[in-house]
Design a protein around this ligand. Structure first.
Ligand code: ADP
Ligand code: MG
Length: 262
């Protein structure tokens, strides 16, 4: 699966928000999209998953114009983990995960198995009957990853999947998504807030500013002090810092326990 954007422009309320974006994500690649608040990252992502239409340019998913595909086919190719939305709140975790099967013919038994497998994979085994709204922030995000998994797409889009989480749970989600991408050969495009995290987890990243993609490539090449000061108006300095890493995998698999927090 390859995601290929050429010259994509997006207008909202007649206002140009995204200007001629070129972007590529290949099979098995984890690509990050970073940039200041309001620069158009979510708008671009929403255009890729067809919540918005481009005013110019072409978005190809596996060679086909994404906006020309039947909806069901689009949903079989592209899954989204956005920030949690109120729409999910009235449902059980199992019901939320099963929404990922919408583009397929229902099969109650097989779907229940897929749901159980996906929940197990994200460390939420046995959580299907819990009420989604009662999950912790980290658990909710993992439930949404499980929903993306049962959708069985080859392209995964994430919009600030860690934004409401503490640093431990941020790393859990990023590791999980990264592992799944490698395991399943997914093309992954993630809008990430934290530049250091983006640099640590992605193969390549794109930097967006005021609706334009200014640079793209391996983080070590792209995230220069010059670019950071141009885009964010801050100075990047090298001084001793705490860099957070996970302690072990064992905690992640225990988080289905309702007593766990996060
Ligand atoms: P980011 O995700 O990078 O923080 P967004 O894509 O959400 O940025 O927003 C980019 C710009 O588009 C902002 O100026 C925002 O105010 C504007 N915008 C976002 N959504 C809408 C909308 N539905 N209608 C009009 N303008 C919008
Ligand atoms: Mg956004």
């Amino acid at each position: 699966m390859r995601l290929d954007l050429r010259g994509v422009a997006v207008h909202l309320d007649g206002r140009p928000i995204v200007h001629g974006a070129d972007l590529l994500v290949d099979d098995g690649e984890f690509v990050a999209l970073v940039g200041p608040n309001g620069c158009g990252k979510s708008t671009l992502l929403r255009t890729i998953y067809r919540a918005l239409r481009p005013s110019a340019g072409l978005i190809r998913v596996d060679g086909d114009d994404a906006h020309g595909l039947p909806w069901r086919e689009s949903a079989r190719r592209t899954a989204v983990v956005a920030q949690e939305t109120p729409a999910e709140l009235d449902f059980t975790v199992g019901e939320v995960v099963l929404m990922g099967r919408t583009p397929y013919k229902p099969d109650a038994v097989a779907d229940a198995e897929r749901c159980a497998r996906a929940l197990d994979r994200v460390g939420l085994a046995g959580a299907a009957d819990r009420v989604y709204a009662t999950l912790s922030g980290g658990e909710k995000q993992r439930a949404l990853v499980a929903r993306a998994l049962v959708q069985e797409t080859r392209l995964l889009l994430l919009d600030e999947p860690t934004s409401h989480l503490d640093v431990h749970h941020q790393l859990e989600i990023l590791h999980l998504v990264r592992e799944l991408g490698t395991e399943l050969g997914l093309a992954t495009l993630a809008v990430l807030h934290d530049l250091n995290q983006a640099a640590a987890f992605c193969d390549r990243l794109y930097v967006m500013s005021a609706g334009r993609i200014l640079a793209g490539g391996p983080p070590g090449q792209v995230l220069t002090p010059e670019l950071i000061s141009e885009v964010y108006g801050v100075r990047a300095v090298h001084r001793p810092q705490l860099v957070f890493e996970r302690l072990s995998r064992s905690r992640a698999t225990n988080l289905a326990d309702p007593g766990a927090s996060g």
